[in-house]
Structure formats: structure tokens, C-alpha cells
Ligand binder design. Sequence first.
Ligand SMILES: Nc1ncnc2c1ncn2[C@@H]1O[C@H](COP(=O)(O)OP(=O)(O)OP(=O)(O)O)[C@@H](O)[C@H]1O
Ligand SMILES: [Mg+2]
Length: 368
Amino acid sequence: MHIQRLNLLNFRNYSSQTVDLSPGLNIFVGDNAQGKTNLLEAIYVLSLSKSYRTSRETELIKHGELQTAIQAKVRKMAVLDLEAVISQNGPKKLLVNAKQTSASSFMGQLNVVLFTPDSLQLVKGSPSDRRRFLDIQICQIDSVYRSTLLKYQRVLRQRNSLLKDAYHNRSLLNQLPAWDSQLLNLGTRVILRRAQVLADLQRYAQEAHGEISQRRETLEIVYEPFFGRLEPGWSGETIREAFIGELQEKRREELQRGYSLVGPQRDDVVFLINGQELKLYGSQGQQRTAVLAYVLAELQLMHAETGELPVVLLDDVLSELDQSRRSFLLSILNNKAQTIVTTTNLGYFPTDLLAEITTFEIKAGTIV
Ligand SMILES: Nc1ncnc2c1ncn2[C@@H]1O[C@H](COP(=O)(O)OP(=O)(O)OP(=O)(O)O)[C@@H](O)[C@H]1O
Ligand SMILES: [Mg+2]
């Protein structure tokens, strides 16, 4: 899939901007603070229905304005019109072909893979960062997972508040078994789906990583549920059994602490290079390489699951890669997925490549 045309109205530092994109590589060059990341953020909002930079959506509205609209014409099997409208006063509107729709059915229309300097948090950050990366990936390709995850989060909140209130009012505990069984059923499905997707991602990532490291290093990415490693031959049933065991074992401590200690909100993803944990022992370069391999794996997984290549958004990442990784990335992307790259310096791109493709300049919220 690719974006043919993008329209921004009062989005961050853009007033009114239309840009026609090529289905291949698009390079946006500009100095700092001109609107490069803002442009990628706008595209991301059309994909995931919300920003990755802020949870306060009114920040997206240009200062002094009441409303912002982002709109794109997306080409897949058919041409699709996507629009997000965010207002100072009034709820957000998401539209597909001019018809208003829920966030859940808006998501998955335009798929993106995002790679920014912050993507390094996938390795260096907290378990919650890693769960977020994985959930974003699965939510884009699986509407059943989107609704299961939402339901799980609701059940978890309610179970937490019950555990908190039960601290002072023990009679409430007779409601706990009902919440336990929902936590168990939904939580098992969340873990199972995450583990399945991660197993696929790891296969693709291992392949890409082997190529980048010229087979000198092996990358492993392991899903680690809150109850410990998954044994070989894991299934929904073994996950469920382990979950039940933890529910029993942690019961007393949960009552003492007043919140849930079991469930996929405590899961993690572990990255290993040649068997060593990357977060603890990896060099910066090794960590970057692993993240690059993971991003490429996301691209392949989306392609395999949806039959369409996602749009790749690269925010200023070439400056952080060395020459060989940079050319590897560009060679993979060139002539495949639509790729939108921002940079402060065109010098990172080979001149023969620059001769073939469209480059845009961004200056103070205007694309020229
Ligand atoms: N709601 C808003 N209204 C007006 N301007 C905004 C708004 N939000 C952000 N900006 C401005 O947008 C400008 C550009 O931001 P952006 O993050 O896109 O820069 P950039 O080109 O990616 O720069 P860098 O190379 O430093 O990453 C910033 O100067 C910021 O002040
Ligand atoms: Mg930026």
C-alpha cells in the first residue's frame, strides 16, 4: 500500500499543506525544528488513530487554531480516503471514505512501520516499552487482538480496584473469582497471540540480522511471560495452566499489596545476541543493529499477514547507522515498500540514488 497524497490543515507547525508522494522512496530534508518529525507523526496518526509523541491530542493542533485535520489518499486494492479531525472542544473524528468510524475499525486501514532514534528503547527501555512496540504491531494486523486487549485492560483495572477496596472491606472478596476467570481467559489469549507474533518476528529478524552482521552473530528474541520462560512446545493450554498456578501462588501477596501481580501487563521481551542479553551486554552498535533487524521483521510480518507492504517511516535514523548498515537498509527498502525518510543532510544518501528519486525540502512548516 502507499500514500498518494497527504493533506495537513493546522497540524503542529503546518498551516495548510498538500504533498504528493511517490510510491517508492521519498526523502524530506530540512534543518532542525522545521517540521520533519511532525510530518511523520501526522501519517502515524492516520495509521494508529493517535500519536506516538503525545497523549494530549490538542497538542497536535497548530497554536492559536481550534482544529486540525489530517487527510490521506491511500492506494491499496482500491483507493481509500482517511481523515482524522482533532478539535479543541469536541471529540476526535476518524473517517474512512468520508464516513465516521470507531478507532478500532480505523486502525489497520493504513499500516506503518516506524523507525526513529527512540526505537532504541525497544532494547534499552523498560518492559512496558517492549510490550507497547509489540502491541502496536499486532493491533495493526489483528482486529480480534485489538478488542481482546481492550477488554483485558478493562478487566485488569476493575480487578485492581477491587483488590484495593478489599483491603479495607474483606467482604468484597467474594467478587474476586469472577474477575479472576476473566483475567485468566483474556490474559491467556493476549499472551498466546503475542508469543505467536513474536515467534514470527524473531524468524524474520534473525534472518535480517544474520545478513547485516554477516552471520557473525545470532539474534534471538524471546517472549517472556510473567510466569517465566515458555517451555518448548508451549500452547494456549500450557500458558493457561501456568497462569492458573500463578493466580493461586500470588493470591496472598495481591491481597496484601492491593493490586494485580499476575497477567500479561507484567510480561517482557528479551533480546539476546549469541546467547547474551543485549540490554545488559550489547554495545550501542549491536543494539541498533538488533532494532534495525526488528523493524525490517515488522515490515515482513505485515506483508505476510496482510498481503500488503506497510508504509515505512524513518525519522532521522540514517545518521545513527554506519555506512554498511545504512546501505543495507536503503537496499532493502528501495523499490519495495513506500518509504518516507527525513534527514538534516542529504549527504547520507548515495548520489546515484538521489538522482532517481523525489526529494522534498521542509522549511518552517512548508514543503517545497
Ligand atoms: N501545536 C503546535 N503548533 C505550532 N508549532 C508547533 C506545534 N507543535 C510543535 N510545533 C513546532 O514544530 C516545530 C518542528 O517540529 P519537528 O519536531 O517536526 O522538527 P524536526 O524538523 O523534526 O526537527 P529535528 O531535526 O530537530 O528533529 C518545532 O519548532 C515546534 O515548536
Ligand atoms: Mg525531528
